[in-house]
Design a protein around this ligand. Structure first.
Ligand code: NI
Length: 267
């Protein structure tokens, strides 16, 4: 890969990010890298990479084997395809994360969310931290990069600008179905405040772990592919008196079953 797309945020962009909880850029990598990743991305979903370990699953449906997923997701694409390792996207994202979180920012995780053509399900309003262990304090940012233009028609990201430091709001499994891995907040969201972020292929939206976000259904004739990297500073322990958020205690997903049985087999 000969291209480089170095990105440095201005102080005004950094200040606006901390005020609003999100931002977007039209480019975080170059077209050649997007094309390179796109081929590897489609291959991973065709193969359902990581399914037996619980890393491939339907984020918005009951995830039955042999049924078509409405919102397929793959955790840790970097573990399954070398194309996702050492990308220009990651180099630039880490540089930006360091500007936003300070020099202690390091890579946290990567994942891929595919909205199939015509029927990719919406990703309901949620905060990422609702999935995490409540016994830690997090400073974390996620970089959501589409591998084709992200539009309102195919399900680009939408955000609610944060007015103050928000708590983690109550959530539940999507549709109230504990078989579904994905979460949605049960609070009424004032969507008149939502900011939709259509961006080109290789652009990026960046958000904090408590920023409310949503992506609509894919009504277009092409798949909507997004690849996400997140970065954090070291987590600070805080004993909150519960082991897990209630909505994560209630969930019983096929994904979890596959992950547990693959761990048992490996041990
Ligand atoms: Ni999210």
């Amino acid at each position: 890969m000969t291209c480089k797309a170095m990105v440095t945020l201005s102080q005004a962009q950094i200040d606006a990010f901390h005020k609003n909880g999100f931002m977007w850029l039209d480019s975080i990598t170059c077209p050649a890298e997007v094309e390179h990743l796109l081929k590897a991305y489609d291959q991973l979903f065709t193969l359902q990479a990581g399914r037996e370990k619980g890393d491939h699953f339907d984020l918005a449906g009951p995830d039955e084997d042999g049924t078509e997923a409405s919102l397929p997701q793959i955790l840790k694409p970097r573990a399954y395809a070398p194309e996702f390792q050492n990308t220009i996207f990651e180099t630039n994202a880490l540089a930006i994360a360091t500007q936003l979180l300070g020099p202690a920012a390091t890579f946290r995780e990567d994942h891929a969310i595919l909205k199939p053509a015509h029927h990719g399900a919406p990703t309901p309003w949620h905060q990422d931290e609702a999935y995490w262990d409540p016994n830690f304090e997090y400073a974390s940012v996620s970089f959501w990069m589409p591998l084709q233009a992200a539009t309102i028609e195919n399900g680009c990201m939408e955000f609610i600008p944060q007015e103050s430091d928000m708590a983690v709001l109550p959530h539940r499994s999507i549709g109230g179905d504990p078989r579904v891995h994905g979460l949605e907040t049960t609070c009424k969201i004032d969507t008149s405040k939502a900011v939709a972020c259509p961006i080109p292929a290789g652009g990026v939206t960046i958000h904090k772990s408590r920023t409310l976000h949503y992506a609509g259904p894919n009504k277009s004739g092409m798949p909507r592919r997004a690849y996400i990297l997140s970065f954090s500073t070291p987590q600070l322990h805080r004993d909150c008196g519960i082991k897990k958020f209630a909505w994560n205690e209630e969930g019983h997903t096929r994904r979890e079953e596959r992950a547990n049985s693959s761990q048992t087999t490996e041990n």
